[in-house]
Write a protein that binds this ligand. Structure first.
Ligand code: PLP
Length: 394
């Protein structure tokens, strides 16, 4: 291409608005509720929207109690503290996940032990979990908690993981950051372990711009979480502290956004599942492209539609797809790089690894926002179609 053709091509791409993987989608009463918070001067931390958001999260998920917090990471951190995780302890964590599932283990001075996924759900393998627990205990280690993740909205085999946890009397923390609205055998993700964690980060199925929640059946534990999240202030007219605290609470303004978002959650799930179905139909005739399976008993919110590309079969690999999309200003991302491959966790013990390594090698997340327009869909299908047809004609 001549220089001017390159410049023209660059300009053409720049003119096209970026299609994001999962942008925020405000579609309901968010503004009205935020204005109400302003009108009542409840812009300070806490307030009536926070209380209402917590109640509504419980009603929606069936959880007993909820604490609205500043992020999903804060919720994970508090869950670990409430499970008694301290320096010298170990916590078993799914390797195939985002770093936020594992980082709070290190905040506590404990060691993460990574366990691989199973091919069925792409989440923690219950058999490998038991193998890891047995081995850690036989080495005299104190395993204080298990963090299992419902990745991309797909429920893990929670009952099997819970059975293993119960056998060894280790609490389960469900990282349901990506899985609000997903269910396994009718039970909401995040409600079966001792603690469940939700995220309302900007890219999640509903957002408060930034935020999270801790769920539990244990009322005292949620009260303690609220106490720790507001700088652990003991009851006294002056400031009195007998614990180390955190500034982890959600503000009333952000809770107002969350309430508006929650009202439209079912529409958002419907939209994301419809996107999944459209991608599935698109790739139906392409041998070598597979999707994250939704096994018997699972209902996924399909937060992100993820594919695996078998390059040997397809004649293209996931990177060719990603780069073609990027050239058209369409965001796609490889699946999570497993934690046991991350430089920062290179010394952490791990059990298995080949399943998540393959998912990382071949996997791609496709644009899945609930607000995707028909025009955007046409750009996506055209770009994907070009790669598929090129490989067929090669
Ligand atoms: C699996 C997983 N766990 C934890 C988090 C952390 O949530 P937050 O960004 O709200 O801290 C995220 C998302 O960011 C996530 O995807």
């Amino acid at each position: 291409m001549s220089e001017s053709a390159v410049t023209k091509e660059k300009r053409r791409t720049e003119l096209k608005a970026r299609i994001w993987l999962s942008p925020p989608h405000l579609s309901g009463r968010e503004k009205e509720l935020v204005e109400e918070a302003f009108a009542s001067n409840w812009v300070a931390p806490l307030g009536p929207h926070v209380d209402a958001f917590e109640r509504e999260l419980c009603t929606y998920t069936g959880a007993g109690y909820a604490a609205a917090l500043s992020s999903g990471t804060a919720a994970l951190h508090l869950a670990l503290i409430l499970c008694g995780v301290e320096r010298g302890h170990e916590v078993i964590c799914q390797s195939f996940t985002f770093a936020a599932s594992a980082n709070p283990i290190v905040y506590q001075g404990a060691t993460p032990v990574f366990v691989d996924s199973e091919p069925d759900t792409w989440n923690m393998c219950p058999h490998l979990l038991e193998e890891a627990i047995k081995d850690r205990l036989s080495r005299g280690r104190q395993v204080k908690a298990v963090v299992a993740v419902h990745l991309y909205g797909m429920p893990a085999k929670t009952e099997d993981i819970l059975n293993v946890c119960r056998k060894y009397d280790i609490p389960l923390i469900e990282d349901a950051a990506e899985a609000l609205g997903s269910r396994r055998h009718g039970k909401a993700c995040g409600t079966q372990g001792r603690f469940g964690v939700l995220s309302f980060n900007g890219n999640k199925i509903i957002t408060t711009s930034g935020g999270g929640a801790l769920l539990s059946e244990d009322e005292a534990a949620i009260q303690k979480a609220r106490f720790l999240a507001t700088q652990a202030r003991d009851p006294a007219p002056h400031y009195e502290h007998s614990h180390i605290g955190y500034n982890y609470r959600m503000s009333n303004v952000l809770a107002a956004i969350g309430r508006g978002q929650l009202e439209t959650l079912e529409d958002k799930i419907r939209a994301r599942r419809a996107h999944f179905e459209r991608y599935r139909r698109f790739f139906e005739d392409v041998e070598g492209v597979k999707f994250q399976p939704e096994v018997e008993g699972n209902f996924s919110n399909r937060w992100l539609t993820c594919i695996l590309v078998d390059a040997g079969c397809c004649g293209f690999d996931r990177e060719m797809l990603r780069l073609a999309m990027e050239a058209e200003n369409i965001e796609c991302r490889p699946l999570w790089k497993p934690m046991h491959l991350q430089p920062v966790f290179r010394d952490a013990p791990r059990y298995g690894g080949s399943v998540s390594e393959r998912l990382f090698r071949d996997g791609l997340c496709l644009p899945s926002g609930s607000g995707l327009t028909e025009e955007e869909w046409e750009r996506i299908e055209e770009t994907l179609g070009q790669v598929v047809h090129k490989s067929r004609n090669a």
